[in-house]
Design a protein around this ligand. Structure first.
Ligand SMILES: Cc1cc2nc3c(=O)[nH]c(=O)nc-3n(C[C@H](O)[C@H](O)[C@H](O)COP(=O)(O)OP(=O)(O)OC[C@H]3O[C@@H](n4cnc5c(N)ncnc54)[C@H](O)[C@@H]3O)c2cc1C
Length: 361
């Protein structure tokens, strides 16, 4: 019997476990290793922040899901990989052998070293509820990061606080325009929505200094803070570089378009933690992690059976829906966008449907 180890309960591995339940492998046992029994779904983070969803709504019980799928669950964090010996090391030194291994461990947040002690990061994702609740309740919350996650959580915290009659609004800082990665037109629209909803935001403003009570931007302006949620770009966990695995220049595991490491063909990966050599600029988000799921599972099965592997081809554009609070959301597709109740209803439907696959399989 061969052993397939899935490291991390990310989107692509949830799909693998779902398929394994439907069609068990005759020649392999499947093991999932994760540092938390719960996998939190980031698509619902904004709804949780606003009080629409409970903690139970936004998480999947990995232990139970593995039990139902016939896979083994191990509560541990992989800290080292020995690809020659085909062994993984857990946080307390436990050794896990594998015939094939796949990584879907997500990413961390890039926080500048000198300000680390002052800020809250929500990654890995199981840290989200605790950190979010602290910042949401804080006297003067600050959110740093003008990408989709920072903007979405700022709107959600604003909506929750105004419903609680909390007079101080969260402050949002971005080193560029809001949602600058999606082009000028989208930035202009989301900033107009922020103005209309009364969300205080500062663009082209990088936080350069933090002390116990304030943040100071590159423009020399200081603002009060009592808790800071840091939501800037993804950073690699360091696991692959530390283990001498082939990585890109940022430490993400390098894989080919079959989601397989080229130097160690027994090692696969998907989601935020990998860079596909053919698509080095591919955004790290949940959409691509989900889309890679079916190819990853097919290729893990094919590799165990010594069959040919399939290629992952990313779509060029996708629909993004970002909650703006109070039952509204902002839908964008390329340059086109729509804001209001309809996108929020659609987002709620998609997110609930995604979760029901894993919560009530
Ligand atoms: C507030 C917020 C909102 C977002 N909203 C969206 C959205 O609406 N749509 C979208 O497409 N993207 C969204 N994203 C981005 C999205 O969260 C990530 O891109 C996505 O979660 C990556 O999925 P993944 O499968 O790579 O890993 P993850 O979902 O991060 O899962 C990784 C898992 O691996 C585990 N793990 C980590 N390290 C180890 C280790 N060493 N050993 C074992 N297990 C480990 C973690 O505990 C976690 O369970 C959002 C992000 C944030 C912060």
């Amino acid at each position: 019997m061969q052993t397939l180890v899935l490291v991390g309960g990310g989107h692509a591995h949830l799909h693998s476990l779902e398929q394994f339940k439907k069609e068990p492998l005759q020649a392999a046992r499947v093991v999932l290793i994760s540092p938390s029994i719960h996998q939190y779904y980031s698509g619902m983070f904004s709804g949780f922040a606003e009080g629409v969803y409970s903690q139970e709504d936004i998480r999947i019980d990995l232990n139970r899901f593995c039990e139902q799928a016939g896979a083994e669950f191990i509560l541990d964090s992989v800290v080292a990989i020995d690809a020659q010996a085909k062994e993984l090391t857990g946080a307390d030194g436990a050794i896990y052998g594998y015939d094939r291994v796949s990584f879907d461990i997500g990413s961390l947040t890039a926080v500048p070293g000198q300000i680390k002690e002052h800020v809250s990061s929500i990654k890995p994702n199981f840290l989200f509820p605790e950190q979010l609740l602290r910042v949401r309740d804080s006297d003067a919350p600050v959110i740093v990061g003008g990408g989709a996650s920072g903007v979405e959580l700022a709107f959600s915290i604003l909506a929750w606080r105004s419903r609680q009659n909390r007079p101080v609004k969260p402050l949002l800082f971005s080193s560029s325009a809001l949602l600058s990665g999606q082009g000028n037109e989208i930035s202009r629209k989301i900033e107009a929505i922020a103005d209309r909803k009364g969300l205080p935001f500062h663009t082209d403003s990088s936080i350069e200094e933090i002390d116990g009570h304030s943040v100071t931007t590159n423009k020399g302006e200081s603002f009060p803070q009592s808790d800071i949620l840091w939501l800037t770009g993804p950073k690699s966990s360091g696991l692959f570089r530390r283990s001498g695995m082939p990585t890109d220049s940022h430490g993400f595991l390098l894989v080919n378009d079959a989601l397989q490491n080229m130097k160690h063909p027994d090692v696969f990966g998907a989601g935020d933690c990998v860079t596909i050599d053919r698509y080095p600029a591919l955004a790290k988000n949940g959409v691509y992690a989900v889309r890679q799921g079916p190819i990853l599972w097919q290729n893990l099965k094919n590799s165990l059976a010594s069959d040919e592997l399939q290629s992952f081809v990313p779509q060029k554009r996708f629909v993004a829906i970002l909650s703006t609070g109070d039952g509204e959301a902002f839908l964008s597709y390329g340059n086109r966008s729509l804001h209001g109740a309809l996108p929020w209803k659609l987002k709620k439907y998609i997110d609930r449907k995604f979760m029901s696959r894993y919560k009530n399989p």
